[in-house]
Every structure is written in C-alpha cells, then in structure tokens.
Design a protein around this ligand. Sequence first.
Ligand SMILES: [Zn+2]
Length: 208
Amino acid sequence: MIRHHPSDATLTAYAGGMLPEALGLVVAAHLYGCAACRETRAMAEAVGGAVMEALPPTAMTEDALALVLARAERPMPRVAPLSRGEGERSLLPPPLDACSFGPWRRIAPGLRFRRMFAGERGIAGLLEAMPGKVLPLHSHTGLELTCVLGGSFVDGADRYAAGDLAEVDEGQPHRPEVDGSVPCLCIIATEGVRLHGLLGVAQRLLGG
Ligand SMILES: [Zn+2]
C-alpha cells in the first residue's frame, strides 16, 4: 500500500510539463503504481486545459509549435499495477523502459549508484543500498525526489516501501536508513546543479 505521495505542487508542475525531466522520471515511476495520484494529475490537466481555453489568444513565439510537438512525442507512462518479480530489471516500472543507464558505481560500502539521466537541470539515477545501510546525512540544493522500487527505508518517523515517493525540499537535511532484509532500490533525482552530500559524491565520481 502506497503511503507517501508527491506534493500537490509537484504533481501540478508535472501535469503541466513544468517539472525538470529528471524529477519527472521519479514522478512517472510513482504514478505507475498510484491510482490516487493519476487521478489528481488528470484533474490538474483538465483544470490547466480549461484555464488555457479561458485565456485571451496571444501571439505565439516562433518555437511554440516545435515545443508542443516535442512534448506530444514524449512517451506517456503506461497505467498498470507495479510489476513484481526477481532481479533489478523487473523492479523498474515501464515508464523507465526508454531510459538508458550508465554502469553501476560504488559510492560507499553497501551503496551503489547508476546514473540514468543528465538533463540541463538535475540528475537522476538508480540508488541501491544494502540492508542496515545508513545513508550519509545530506542536504542539497533544490527539490529531491525518491521513489522506492524495491525494499524499504526509514527516514525520521516515516517508512518508505515500494511505490512510495519521498519529497525533500531544499536545505532539509535527512538521514534515510535501509530497514528490512533485502537491498533497497530507488530511483532518485534532484534538480540541484551543485549537488551536496550523497549525490554530490556520485556527481564527482561520474564527472557530471
Ligand atoms: Zn501517489
């Protein structure tokens, strides 16, 4: 059962195509397994469309059509329950099918990171941590989104399991710890350009 969801602000930004693509991948991974958030997104899209229709027409910029076409070509997440199975690949929801991945890189004992996206704004990748692993206390610039794909972690009073999305705002230090007996696999993204803490280490290792 999914307990942790993106904020309304994040979902609305995603629905309006305003979220940096790296963060959008994490939201897409969550939406795949979360009917409640899919409903909220549909409502946000409907409201957004109605607002657009009510606005007086304005002159379009030269690249407006190209931008709309580029957005239309982007694959939309398929809607189905989270797949269950063995191995890392089967833990990845279909919205991540089109992503390319770098090699796994060890960033600390019991902790590895696999980069999957480097946009103009943000970095995204898969993070795998072994049971009992405490992630280094870190804070970061900008928003950080994490969606659990397998296993679970606790952060303060909250526990995050498969499908849950953790949203942490700028400057909020946190210290997630993997609980349970299986490794925790997450997709994690941040919009920060200068990364601190854990992802900063990954960024330096990967030369990002
Ligand atoms: Zn949700």
